[in-house]
Structures are given as C-alpha cells and as structure tokens.
Write a protein that binds this ligand. Structure first.
Ligand code: ADP
Ligand code: MG
Length: 244
C-alpha cells in the first residue's frame, strides 16, 4: 500500500531530554491511524513536529515526496497537512457558516465573469462540510452558542474546508459526552475515506470505535503497533499503559 507519511529516526531533545527518541512509523493513504500511550509519551510532540510547530533535532518526516522537517508551518499546511489542537480556534462571534467561509482557501477568481459561479460553488462546499460535521441545521448559529462537542466538530470542519490529505487530531473527544463521542467516531470514520488521519486519543472506548492500526508510544518510542486486539494483549502495553 502506498505511504502518505513516513517518519524515520525522528528525535527531538529539549535541554537533553528526548521527548521523541529515534521514532519511526508510517501511515498509508486513506488510513486512520490511532496513537495511544501514557502521559508524557511524546504523542503531542510528534504531531508538533509533523505540522512544523516544533523542529526535530534529527530524523526525517516524509509527506508524499516532501521533507516536512525542512519546511515551515504555513508551507506544511499548504502542502495538505491539517492539524487540530486540543482547544478549538474557532471564531465565537461568527456564525457556523461564516467560520467555514473564512477557512476556505482564498483563491479569489481572476475571471471576473465567473465570480458569481465561484461563490455559489463555495456555498455548496460550505453546506456539504456542514452536513459532514452534523451542523447543517446550525449554519446561522454563532459558534459561541454551540455545545462543546459541536465546537470541536466545527474545528474539524474548518480543517476540511482546506481539503487536507493528512489530518492530525490531538485528543478530539476530550470533554465530550458519550453520545458526542459516538458521533465523533462516525465522523472520523467517514472523513477517513479520501484522506489519511492520525488520531491521538486516551479514551479506549472511543479508540475501539475507530481503530484500524494502533501505534503505542512510550518514552518517545514506538512500544507496539498492531490491531486493537494485538496491542491490548501485548504484555509490554499492559505493563506501561493499560494496566492489569
Ligand atoms: P503526550 O502528548 O504523550 O502526553 P508530550 O508530547 O506532550 O506527551 O510530552 C512529552 C514529554 O516532553 C513530556 O515529558 C513533556 O514534559 C516534554 N516536553 C514537551 N514539550 C516540551 C518543551 N517545549 N520543552 C521541554 N519539554 C517538553
Ligand atoms: Mg498530549
């Protein structure tokens, strides 16, 4: 299967402490990869390096045919990598529609006559993204009025507007109700067709709903990798993470 992301011998050291230590792993096209591991395992730091927020001390991050470790954040975003942070960066005072609208990559039509066509095209895109994130009935609602779960979905919607080929999500269901978690699992399974996702999550009930291949990080390294069943029954994973 063809790879969209290949991380090799990736290391970052903060004052001598290796938060990510010689880590290698890869993600296929259209794969939903889940990354789990104890607090401090280096999960967030790994995403920070993929999206260009943190520069690796050494190692390589290949995305398609690009070397991301040599690029800056906005170039990485433009190349097709979207990152969702734990706190949503939506505009509370704008409506759902407006939030999605301003996230649309700004490619103002140079063909004046086609401008009208262009806007109705972008309206259709906004509506289709809103439907995907289950906010089609809230287009005129101010983002600040949405529930915690809906805000998280809106943030995912903002990323979808950019049509990323790789989406990175850090603990997307933190603070959500059981029902919201179920809907988020459906959403992620749905958007994983046509693009690749790397999802960091702690909630094992949720992980089970989305898991294809699971990578377990521990002390900045890959401790285990496999199906949910395989990692759950792995002695080392039980020892350091899942408990007995
Ligand atoms: P996780 O997301 O798996 O809980 P993190 O990637 O946030 O773990 O952190 C991994 C380790 O690196 C932790 O021990 C954390 O304290 C440390 N760390 C992360 N970022 C920095 C930083 N900028 N400076 C120093 N230490 C950091
Ligand atoms: Mg983290």
């Amino acid at each position: 299967m063809s790879k969209i992301l290949t991380v090799s011998d990736l290391t970052v050291s903060f004052d001598g402490f290796k938060a990510v230590d010689d880590l290698s792993f890869s993600v296929n096209r259209e794969e939903l990869r889940t990354v789990i591991g104890p607090n401090g395992a280096g999960k967030t730091t790994l995403l920070d390096m993929i999206c260009g927020k943190t520069k690796p001390t050494h190692g390589s991050i290949k995305f398609k045919d690009l070397e991301l470790s040599k690029m800056v954040e906005y170039q990485i975003t433009r190349a097709g990598v979207g990152r969702k942070f734990q706190t949503p960066s939506i505009y509370q005072d704008l409506t759902v529609f407006e939030n999605l609208e301003i996230s649309s990559p700004t490619e103002r039509s140079v063909f004046g006559a086609l401008f009208f066509e262009h806007t109705s095209e972008s309206r259709r895109k906004i509506e289709s993204v809103a439907e995907r994130i289950s906010l089609q009935g809230q287009l005129k609602t101010k983002a600040g009025k949405l529930s915690h779960g809906q805000k998280q979905w809106l943030e995912i919607g903002l990323l979808l507007m950019q049509e990323p080929d790789l989406l990175l999500l850090d603990e997307p269901v933190a603070g959500m109700s059981a029902r919201e978690r179920e809907l988020t699992a459906e959403l992620l399974n749905d958007i994983a067709t046509g693009r690749s996702l790397v999802v960091i999550e702690h909630d094992m009930v949720f992980v089970k709903m989305i898991a294809q291949t699971v990578t377990v990080l521990h002390q900045g390294k890959v401790l285990a990798e496999g199906s949910m069943d395989e990692v759950q029954n792995d002695e080392r994973v039980i020892e350091v993470y899942l408990g007995r």
